[in-house]
Design a protein around this ligand. Sequence first.
Ligand SMILES: [Zn+2]
Length: 545
Amino acid sequence: MERLDGEAGKETDMSEKPTRRQFLGRAGAIALGGLASTKLPGQTAPADLMIVNARIHTMDSGNRIVSQALIQNGRFTAVGDRLPTPPRNVRRVDLKGKTVIPGIIDGHNHIVLVGNRPGWNTPLEHVFTIPDAIAALKARSAEVPAGEIISTVGPVSAMQFAERRLPSLAELDAVNRPVYIQAAQGGARANSQCKAWLETRGVTVGADGAIAGRDLNAALLALRKELLNAQTRKRGAHDALRYYAGLGITTHRDCGAFHSEALSGGLANENTYTMHDPFLALHREGRMPARLRIEFLHQDPPNANPPLPTLSQRLKNSFPFFGDEWIRTGGIGEFTGGGTEGLRAIARAGWRAEDHALNLAMVTKLIQDRETVNAEIPLNGLRWIISHVPEFPPDLANRMDAMGMGVLIGWGPLRTPTPTNANLGPPYRMLMNHKIHKGYHSDGGDITLINPWLNFSTMTTGLNLAGQQILGDQKISRQEALWLATAANKWFIEEDDLGSIETGNRADLAVLDRDCFTVSDEDFRRTRSLLTLVGGNAVHNDGVL
Ligand SMILES: [Zn+2]
């Protein structure tokens, strides 16, 4: 809905009145020089490219599939099948029939937590056996100085491995570095070198390398205390964004962390006032491998005295939708805090708000509270969001839609069916047929996985990573899943020039290593990107350029 570049040829959504965010967003972009710039700060503009002989799934309103795209100064300047010969300085790239999709937008995750993990954090979301995990950790050790700790903290799970367990101490000993793996669910594992490191710091580690209970907290706290500093956090932020760029993600909408101003042993805890610093540092150096959109999570208790101690200061002292094309702030979420008083304050300030719902009672209460506030301060146009919505009957979708709200869905591959319930939701099929705004989110980074292909796999097969059916009759097609993660997420990041391959849009795309629309389900979940462009910049290139 927001156009910053003044280019013609695209529709502007006039159905909603302009909000404060549009003025602030525009001012922010101009102030920070984001108006037309697609190059990384401090660098020259990306090379102009003409992609030919590709299968480009544009995700435009007609879902066109075309073979050519011209990229100039970081934007698509022509998209079609018989484009005129470009100027001589444009590099021609023959993709030999490869599949291209718009850069994936994760509408809600916790990438900032992943970027602040202690140690040489090494995501393992693309491997499905323990030998492959060990091979990935060994490969990583080549860039890690002797004695320094390799870690995998958060988005890793016993369920993803064919062995249905985490690697053991003996298996991890094949890596000649201290190794620490802490799963989103199911404890942690150390190898012998890391066991020794932890034990000298008072952490109990089992003979098999297992760490559990209170020791889990103590282990993560010790790692954070000794291994985190501005430099290592910046390295971690860069590694995290680069890893997911290799899976095709070009935009992350981060939804915060539990507040801990002091270092904490909690997986989902961080200092929410400083945890963005490593990303801001990367941005200053012109080294962002993806776009970051920042939400501010607040946890003020209802009826606090004074009321809304942190939220009121946030609304007074910071800017929503401020920044440039690489890093930009958004609204309040994924917790608003402060009960209906908090919602009133956010609505009065004209900000966006998001809360998550874990069950029917929770989403029902969230909607009731919003209806109460909406009767006093109209929410339409503010694009308020509720995420996860595992249980979500159509009448609740109707009520949210009436207030101009949207839902973010995804959040599936690690969930397990119960003896009485194998339909865990969310109801993707119902939502695809409903007019409410919906988009894709992984919610990954602390309690689940960010890898979009594992999330899409569950959305399209109904199977969790252990191969159990959890969606009943609510599966959707691959085209629908990809659409939710690209064009549909324009609405949630409030940027119309991302999420589809169309003339005038920013040149964010992924050239895939397989045709994700036709391969088998088993091959589908192993999809990776060969070339990822963000604003025309090659942020991941596996031999294509
Ligand atoms: Zn979340």
